[in-house]
Design a protein around this ligand. Sequence first.
Ligand code: FMN
Length: 371
Amino acid sequence: MHREHATSHVGRYGRRRTKLDNRLRTPKVGAPPPGANESRMKLDRRFCIAPMMDWTDRHCRFFHRLLTRRALIYTEMITSGAVLHGDRARLLAYDMAEHPVALQLGSCDPWQLEQCARIAEDFGYDEVNLNIGCPSERVQEGRFGACLMAEPALVGDCVAAMTAAVDLPITVKCRIGIDDQDPEEALEALTCAGERAGVAALIVHARKAWLEGLSPRENRDIPPLDYARVYRLKAAHPGLCVVLNGGIADLDQALAHCARLDGVMMGRAAYQEPWRLLAVDPVLFDEPARFSSAKSAAEALIPYIERELARGTRLHAVARHVLGLFRGVPGARAFRRHLATEAIKPTAGADTFRAALALIADVDARSVAAA
Ligand SMILES: Cc1cc2nc3c(=O)[nH]c(=O)nc-3n(C[C@H](O)[C@H](O)[C@H](O)COP(=O)(O)O)c2cc1C
């Protein structure tokens, strides 16, 4: 009995959980309803919205959730150090409406990741994802992100530490390789290490990252996409959930990839043209769209805006994510201009957003059918 109790408090690395570790845990704040644990393990990853730093903050995620019930939504990357030593309540805050929502972590430290996974579970996140794709200099200095493509054994240790600590699915978002790595070998080695450690899904940005000479932005465009490598990965690992990311521009492309893989992850197209998300539920899940038009979805955001303004949030912090919603629709430019000039004023309120919406033609070309 005594031994059982002790075992449950000894981490995979043989390190007994201390009182400090227990203090690092938080009371459950966003725990999903009973029964959610089983459904979490079966999270549907057919359509995911990518983690994007400074873009997919909690306001953006709430807005995206209005456009699709079924997409799996990811937070921006948060480093394990920030979770453990920063303003955790603010960094990990999210709205219950966001479920299913995955927390993306950046780190190469199995022990820190183990603690963070526990904290994520306490906060009620549905998945923890490890970032093995970011090529920024700052991330390289911390020896995590894309440079971990060269250290599959360490990635395995990181994943194993988290899978042993929590019931949440632990996933990895990676590249097909870095620098002069051979993508056949590099991705295979990472996949095998992940599988051995119990990874629940691999999300593959289907291009290499070049760690020297390219900025993070260039690393999202210049290294060529290689979807065939990801298809081969799935064929070689049929039991592993493989999600494709990179350059997916519309739902036709998403559907085509879904015929060969377990799912897709859309980044820039989802953020810059969020109206496309209205068609995710009908096209990929055969379920009705939440709203028949982008305008009605935007109107449904107003109560959230009012709530956030009452908490001291500036209108711009929410409205900036909506700027692309009406791209190509009559009135879209006036809508954007109005928000760009008015929503940034400290006194801007929900009426500013309503006034911008009034500039959009009622016949909304961005209907579900258009995506
Ligand atoms: C502004 C921005 C920030 C990003 N931040 C992250 C991040 O925090 N974590 C991550 O794994 N990828 C990040 N990415 C990469 C995206 O998740 C995605 O892999 C990349 O944009 C390719 O997908 P796409 O072609 O559909 O945009 C970011 C991309 C953008 C545009």
